[in-house]
Design a protein around this ligand. Sequence first.
Ligand code: NAG
Ligand code: NAG
Length: 451
Amino acid sequence: INSQCVCLTVSTLERFEVLGPVQPVVAVAGEDVVLPCYLKPNISAVDLHVEWIRVQIDNPIVHLYRDHEDRNENQVPSYRGRTSLFPEELKKGNTSLKLYDVRSSDDGPYKCFVQSHDLVSVAVGTQPVISNEGYKEGGISLVCESKGWYPQPQVVWMDSEGHSLPAGHTETQRDSMGLFTVRRRVIVQETETNRFTCRVLQQELNEMKETITNIPGELHIFSINKGGGGVVVRWHGGFSQCLLCSGSGAQVLLGEEKDSGRSDTQIAEKFIYSSDVTLDPDTAHPELILSEDRKQASFADTWQDLPDSSKRFKYRSVLGKEGFSSGKHYWEVQVGDKTDWTLGVVRESINRMGYFKLNPNGGLWAISLWNSNDYKAFTDPPVSLPLSVKPQKVGVFVDYEEGQVSFYSVEDMSHIYIFTGYKFTEKLYPYFWLGFRKSAPLTISPVSHTE
Ligand SMILES: *[C@@H]1O[C@H](CO)[C@@H](O)[C@H](O)[C@H]1NC(C)=O
Ligand SMILES: *[C@@H]1O[C@H](CO)[C@@H](O)[C@H](O)[C@H]1NC(C)=O
């Protein structure tokens, strides 16, 4: 056991040092041991605040003496009933700790703090930092943290009007200097402004620091698949709104998924949407023209004379510019009244110069429309998809790690098809095939507000 003592208080009235042993204290399991600590000069510690802590653990109180008595309510449980100071010795400035029945778990560095009441050393902490943990327990979980306070400050969460919000308990930690780090979590619901404030205040010091966070207000789409069924959930700046569910929205979904033994975090993570897909001109077939913003592919009147590129497709296809080798990605494509199209992803090494099998073995995970009414999923062999409504806009969701590619009809938020249980090993690229006939363009549309 290393016992080390640190002086926290330097007062002009009483100046003292807190001293500990030069050598580590060695103890034998099962025996009692004294962790030495004393004041120099040997003024009485009876009226002081004496605190023994374990270094580098959370809530590290081993023994606390304050207001003339032991106050061990918040003591580390494993020390319960095994610690004491020496009341007679305290009068002589001896703040040594007796530890009974030493266990191997007691091993480690300790510190002894001694302070006088009225002259407390003070420290104003750092600007609070707010982090967003995403969807949790029916709302968005925000965590506020501030370091380097002494004495311990309070943490308050407030809405944009300054009303305090019900929040979790404040977690506190002591750093090696004995200063407090405070952390408090709040679960917030969507509001008009989505603005929340974390205030850390130390009333005795009349010090206050606060940080305001704005949860961004864009609308994103996230999807969830369960077996073959699926639902699309739109998230407003992280707040969920399930368009197919009635009642409490995505909570319903999360609840259902929870039964499969997964945590909220994992599920919420699954919804994280990213991709801003643009088309890659180097891959575009010579009969295709891309719009300036690279969001639309349409047919050219003639075969264009383009530089040779091994990336270019022999068929009337084009790929997304960015491939992905991890994560979850979602994009939407306007297919309108086109009579033929194919949408999905391909692996990087797909044979662009000639024939490739239209299925996952060939490196393609896609659904397709042929001849206006023949929807199919390119499995091996392909399966027909009996769609009652012709989708105008198709959502494509890829979960690389889960080996899933799923498709949605955006208008009615219905699930079209899911490829699942694959193991992706290569980069995947969004794939677009424009059809046998020179029909309307394909357009990647921004993921937009609920129509
Ligand atoms: C410590 O305090 C006691 C009683 O207050 C005194 O008798 C003694 O001389 C002091 N010892 C030292 C080393 O200062
Ligand atoms: C403090 O008290 C303990 C227990 O009586 C004793 O072992 C130790 O030597 C004392 N330390 C000093 C500096 O007097």
